[in-house]
Ligand binder design. Structure first.
Ligand SMILES: NC(=O)c1ccc[n+]([C@@H]2O[C@H](COP(=O)([O-])OP(=O)(O)OC[C@H]3O[C@@H](n4cnc5c(N)ncnc54)[C@H](O)[C@@H]3O)[C@@H](O)[C@H]2O)c1
Length: 379
């Protein structure tokens, strides 16, 4: 068995994603065995106060809990700084960590706005550290399989990408603002459309122009302090042209009544088509027009749990399915492998460059919606 390199983890943030990423480090350590030569070590976790940091350390098993990020980036035993704080706190701690020479993981959206995202990208490039923006949906085996099939030309000439990300937290116009995550945070576009845009760039290629339509359906909401004006977007749509000539459509909603968190895409090509949705993440629906017996022509459901499917060599026997958290585990394992063995993080995983480009596309869709016309995306 290969010698295992210890990789010290310093995490900032201890909420939902703090749990998901910690679960990924702990699980990856023993599931990617004996195939890996790395081993994450939970060194320190920080939260908004020292007390919260200490509680998180106790719960998750980090050796130390602290308040703020300085004690994390100044700790020589930390190799990877993992930023899982709310969107608006991604920027300065991640830049400081890169300057301190740490490899940096940052949750999506990389930043709320392209200008800050560019500062983050410049910082990791200048420091020559490895970087990952957490577009975890790339890391379902079925999605990596879709990537491989497209790269291998199995779909022929690609014509069109259609993607939806629908949630329903804001459907009821009487739901108070505090109970709708996308109002307190930074809108549907940053929260969920960012995943959709990243997926389209991963599978299809660079986005060249957009024609957006952005809506806030409920401009006034009740809150604890009475009615408030809402500016966060609740509907985010765009027609898209990719640089390779493929057309596309993005549709995302925070008011899609009944859709709890439905992320899906379909891709149409000259030799075949693909469809996937996160509610059934193990399955890739594939139609190949040339290979099927004409009597059984139609979409085939491939359960991407065979040992030859991406990442499945470390998981369960065929037919024993994975869940949402496995996307994070596979993504973190990929990053640790890149750190330990000096491998490139892209193109399988999203880097800060991808996070920056997604931010530019979101800004351009917002501007296009305001101007009511198609705009070129300028990176
Ligand atoms: N990739 C995904 O699947 C996914 C899913 C949900 C959220 N996210 C993203 O992950 C990030 C975190 O979201 P979450 O749902 O875990 O949030 P959360 O509110 O559950 O947790 C945020 C944590 O950050 C801490 N925190 C807040 N301000 C801080 C500060 N100034 N310094 C240090 N710690 C601070 C909080 O105490 C809390 O522990 C967000 O950027 C969000 O958009 C990603």
């Amino acid at each position: 068995m290969a010698e295992r390199k210890k990789i010290g983890i310093g995490m900032l943030g201890a909420g939902w994603m703090g749990r998901a990423h910690t679960n990924a480090y702990i699980t990856a350590r023993y599931m990617f065995w004996p195939t890996s030569n790395w081993e994450p070590e939970l060194v320190v976790i920080g939260s908004s106060t020292e007390e919260k940091g200490k509680l998180a350390a106790q719960r998750f098993g980090y050796q130390q809990g602290v308040g703020g990020y300085e004690a994390i980036i100044n700790n020589p035993r930390v190799d990877v700084f993992d930023n899982v704080t709310p969107d608006r706190i991604h920027v300065e701690p991640s830049i400081a960590a890169a300057k301190a020479g740490k490899h940096v993981i940052c949750e999506k959206p990389l930043a709320v706005g392209a200008r800050d995202a560019k500062r983050m990208l410049d910082a990791v490039n200048e420091a020559k550290v490895k970087h990952l923006c957490c577009f975890n949906y790339r890391f379902f085996p079925a999605v990596q399989l879709a990537y491989d099939l497209i790269q291998d030309g199995v779909l022929g000439k690609i014509y069109h990408f259609s993607g939806n990300y629908y949630q329903d937290h804001g459907s009821d116009e009487n739901t108070p603002a505090e109970d709708i995550w996308y109002i307190g945070w930074s809108g549907v576009a940053q929260g969920i459309t960012s995943h959709l845009i990243d997926m389209s760039r991963f599978l299809i290629g660079e986005v060249e122009s957009v024609h957006g339509m952005v809506r806030t359906y409920n401009k006034v909401r009740n809150s604890k302090n009475g009615p408030i004006d809402v500016t966060a977007d609740e509907g985010f749509f765009s027609m898209v042209e990719f640089a390779n000539g493929v057309t596309g459509v993005y549709q995302s909603l925070g008011v899609a009544n009944g859709r709890r968190s439905r992320f899906s895409f379909e891709i149409y090509g000259s030799k075949g088509s693909l469809a996937w949705n996160v509610e059934e993440p193990n399955f890739l629906d594939i139609y190949l027009s040339e290979s099927a017996d004409p009597r059984v022509l139609g979409f085939t459901r491939v359960c991407a749990t065979e040992p030859n499917h991406p990442f499945m060599n470390v998981w369960w026997p065929p037919g024993h399915t994975l869940g949402w958290e496995h996307g994070h585990i596979n993504m973190i394992a990929h990053f640790l492998d890149c750190v330990a063995n000096d491998k490139p993080v892209a193109p399988r995983a999203a880097t800060f460059e991808d996070g920056y480009k997604v931010a530019v596309i979101i800004d351009t869709i917002n501007e296009s919606s305001k101007q009511g016309k198609k705009l070129a995306v300028q990176y």
